[in-house]
Design a protein around this ligand. Sequence first.
Ligand code: FAD
Ligand code: MLT
Ligand code: ZN
Length: 468
Amino acid sequence: MQLVEALRELLGKGSVVSDQAGMEPFLVDERALYRGSAACMVFPRSTEEVAATVRLCREHGCAIVPQGGNTGYCGGATPGGEDQVLLNLSRLDRIREIDPVGMTVTAEAGVILASLQAAVEAEELFFPLSMGSEGSCQLGGNLATNAGGLAVLKYGMAGELVLGLEVVLPDGSVLDTLKPLRKDNTGYHLKQLFLGAEGTLGIITAAVLKLFPRPTDFETAWLAVDSVEAACRLLPLARRLGGDCVTSFEYISAESLALVRTHLEDVRAPLAEAHSHQLLLELSAPLPPGSLRPWLENLLEAGMAEGLVLDAAIAESGPQRQALWKIREGIPEAEKLAGRSIKHDVSVPIGDIPLFCERAPGQLAEFEPLRISIYGHLGDGNLHYNVLAPEGADPETFRAERGARVSRALHDLAAGMGGSFSAEHGVGQLKREELQRYSDPAALKLMRELKAALDPDGAMNPGKLVDP
Ligand code: FAD
Ligand code: MLT
Ligand code: ZN
């Protein structure tokens, strides 16, 4: 094929893969929902190479699909045909600069999130974005999906950590807003366009990110709470008494804990007695170790006095802290080992989470028997309300027969409560119908107009999010 040869000439033979076996692992998404195809796959090494690749693809009438670590949950990085080139960012993996005074890092899109965390930590600094996939997902993918994760409560979503971006636009030109400025009100905040755009408006090649002082004191506790409502009432109390150090406020249902204990090794229940509702609460701050303990104790005492907290286990060491996090972060893997779930990622105003949880079983009644695994970022009003096949049933058949209707029922419920059908995982190709169904018509129209303005030919990640 002419384009593949031209790409080999442009990037070098080692940067272009066109055989099926070589491309195979990159053509299937994380959840194995999609198997794609592409003319070839390219691994450019620099912004200039990305820009030249885009120009060449456009000359040949070929579309481009950006791909990071391929851990996304909505099939956004899976190419959809042999008229598309899969552009993998993993070789753009340099950390260009760490500025300890301005507390910023300038990093390329292909840097793996865990490597970025480690690099800044070596300078006594901290990049707070954190999630179960951090060993494989890449900065570019995190920004393109505006990822959430485990510390949004204190630090915000991925997009909120961005000061500047470098982006290759659909015409192959380079937008450079790569400034480490905290304040810059000079017109439209163009970088916002690309955060959460899932590669449909351009390819992020680098970013300037905010850093924070490295936390040196952690207090991590596993709490049993009386109900989801009690958990929601505990949240403002914890934030008030936690001195703005509450970093994570994660909910884990008894069913999710049971899945982890059944399917993962070396997992002990943190509390002696079984409870229906649990929280993983973490306080952290750049303070001498032990400083936060009185705050945590005070908070737990107040929570118990109000009848919200029933029991608590406090991590007394780093390994104990890790053991608690292993349970929370192990839930997606445990669900996978249990035959995979019908995943949901809904958000509602935080105070309405109890109402959502009260109404959801009614919405799902017609699909019984089923199993439910509820967990997630309660402090952000974001639950993963996942549905699994009943014991003994074939999970694939269950998902095929009921998946779409189960999701529709839960998404309708969230939307009816002013919530979102996708709090942090994005839209990709999986949730395009939902985007049409639940979006404000004016918002949808504006999204299409923006897409048409930047990418009139629909060459950038076609079939994802919106088309022009
Ligand atoms: P990919 O999957 O490669 O791509 C995702 C989308 O971004 C695609 O549309 C792709 O085209 C686009 N894209 C990728 N790179 C670029 C680029 N440089 N420029 C433009 N577009 C680009 N997500 C959360 O939000 N919170 C969580 O807590 C969380 N936990 C997870 C836990 C596990 C175990 C797993 C497997 C996934 C989890 N995820 C979570 C989902 C996923 O890890 C995130 O969405 C992540 O941000 C995707 O990054 P990636 O590099 O893998 O992107
Ligand atoms: C999480 O919070 O663990 C993820 O966003 C959900 C998942 O991986 O299923
Ligand atoms: Zn999540």
